[in-house]
Ligand binder design. Structure first.
Ligand code: NAD
Length: 465
């Protein structure tokens, strides 16, 4: 991992003064999650756009349960402080919009909030799903929230983030894990993004996809069995550690030549190691068979990935195929085996699949036609698999990391690396733990209403591998 000397400099006493004088961009130190940390480190402001809002009541209940003090007037003094004293979060219930004129109430609430939300604070806008509206004025108003949020995220300072959650009609009671993720420091590097919380088909009495009732938010996946591919190093190793921290037994998978490093990760997390090339014939069966000793599989994280970068003009088919095989075909084959496996000894009902895409798969990247194809393909895989898994009360989602501080990005030329860091709205690269926290949240039983989503973890930057 390459050190961010610029961040050290602008955060030092003398560097801060120089940076302030010559207008160099500051680099906020982001608050990150640790077990025992409160959901928010201060009070929250809660606003409503209309009288038809569906979610303010639920947000209030979640905040009360987390011991957060809630205020409604963004311009009023709080707890003996002044009308400018800082708050930890501002949340707007923006459901129920009937025309673009309703947006003014959101602007009126958020304008003072932009100055009041403190360091690593959270601004969260919760709106209706645009596609659920037929009337042009309603859909326009709903869609407008995305432009508002993406722009406000670029204006927020001191490590504060601004995100948008769309809640489907009827899904308002299924928001808790999503609210907790976006408000907590687990989402430190998720900025300017949109996520949809959907209605879960068949949440009948036999639904086994999870519940937020009784969740231990410090160990939300306690007792679960998680498989992480590519766990010997990099992001995969951090994912294994994060899932173990959250309570799971972790099966660490990597190629035989990474066996020593793999054993180290498995020992660190108190899990087991499975040496396996995921492209080998029978890889899915080998995973299911290994996991029988743990009683089956609850969570699979498809993290293993490779790059074989070449300009398309110089590309050869062997290199092309190796990237598509590891990053895409192996996942498809393993998922087929998981879906066909028995509920009791294989992939359990209510299971979670999380896969790692990349910004390259969304934005494209010079020299990365093969990698970007594979990572865009991962998004197609998620789209098509989500409805298949709904029958099993299971979910599949993808995380799309941007510039993350790893050995891979340390090998970039210094100019590209600096651009990767500074062009983010948070003026820095993300850490492997930022990707891992997002994966761990998708993996929670309480995230049963989050299915088929792709969430960028990139500080709102479009550069990355
Ligand atoms: N580092 C970044 O900035 C970044 C950005 C976007 C996406 N990603 C994605 O995140 C994931 C992890 O990236 P990383 O930076 O930690 O990479 P890494 O190269 O450090 O680790 C990848 C791991 O996957 C393993 N692996 C490769 N081929 C395998 C196979 N056939 N079978 C089993 N294991 C195999 C490797 O041995 C290695 O341990 C990848 O999917 C990558 O594409 C990374």
């Amino acid at each position: 991992m390459s050190h961010d000397w610029y961040s050290d400099f602008v955060n030092s006493g003398v560097g801060k003064a120089i940076a302030g004088n010559v207008g160099l961009p500051p680099v906020p130190i982001l608050r990150r999650w640790e077990p025992g940390q409160p959901l928010l480190s201060g009070a929250a402001l809660l606003g409503t756009a209309t009288t038809n809002g569906r979610v303010a009541k639920i947000v209030r209940a979640v905040l009360a349960d987390a011991g957060v003090e809630v205020h409604e007037d963004p311009a009023a003094p709080i707890g003996g402080g002044s009308s400018t004293s800082k708050v930890a979060a501002a949340i707007v219930d923006a459901t129920g919009l009937s025309s673009p004129s309703d947006l003014a109430a959101i602007q009126g609430f958020l304008t003072p909030c932009m100055k009041r939300v403190g360091a690593s604070g959270r601004i969260l806008v919760i709106g209706d799903v645009p596609a659920e509206a037929d009337r042009p004025a309603v859909r326009a108003a709903r869609r407008a929230l995305e432009g508002l949020v993406r722009s406000a995220a670029k204006e927020a300072r001191y490590g504060a983030t601004v995100n948008l959650v769309h809640v489907a009609d009827g899904a308002e009671n299924d928001l808790e894990s999503t609210l907790r993720f976006f408000l907590s420091s687990r989402s430190a590097f998720v900025d300017g993004q949109r996520l949809d919380v959907g209605v879960v088909p068949g949440t009948a009495s036999d639904f086994s996809g999870g519940s937020s009732a009784g969740t231990d938010w410090d160990r939300p996946i306690a007792g679960k069995v998680a498989v992480v591919t590519g766990a010997a190093r990099g992001i995969g190793r951090t994912v294994a550690k994060t899932l173990a921290r959250d309570g799971a037994t972790v099966v660490c998978v990597d190629i035989p030549s990474a066996g020593d490093a793999l054993a180290r990760t498995a020992n660190e997390v108190g899990g087991t190691a499975l040496q396996l090339d995921i492209t080998a014939d029978g890889a899915g069966e080998a995973i299911v068979s290994h996991c029988r000793r743990h009683g089956g599989i609850d969570i699979v994280v498809h993290n293993a990935g490779i790059t074989r970068d070449k300009l398309l003009a110089n590309q050869d088919t062997d290199r092309w195929n190796s990237v598509i095989d590891v990053n895409l075909n192996a996942q498809l084959a393993i998922n087929d085996v998981l879906l066909a496996s028995p509920d009791d000894t294989g992939f359990h009902r209510g299971g979670r699949i999380v896969t790692v895409s990349s910004m390259a798969g969304i934005a494209g990247n010079r020299g990365q036609t093969s990698y970007a194809s594979s990572k865009a393909g991962v998004i197609g895989l998620v789209d098509a698999t989500a409805p298949l898994l709904a029958d099993k009360d299971a979910t599949i989602n993808a995380v799309a990391p941007g510039f993350i501080e790893t050995d891979m990005t340390a090998a970039m030329p210094v100019g590209t690396r600096e651009a990767g860091r500074r062009l983010s709205s948070l003026t820095q690269g993300g850490l492997p733990v930022d990707v891992a926290e997002t994966i761990a949240w998708f993996a929670q039983g309480a995230s049963y209403a989050v299915n088929g989503q792709v969430l960028r973890v990139d500080g709102q930057n479009f550069l990355g591998a």
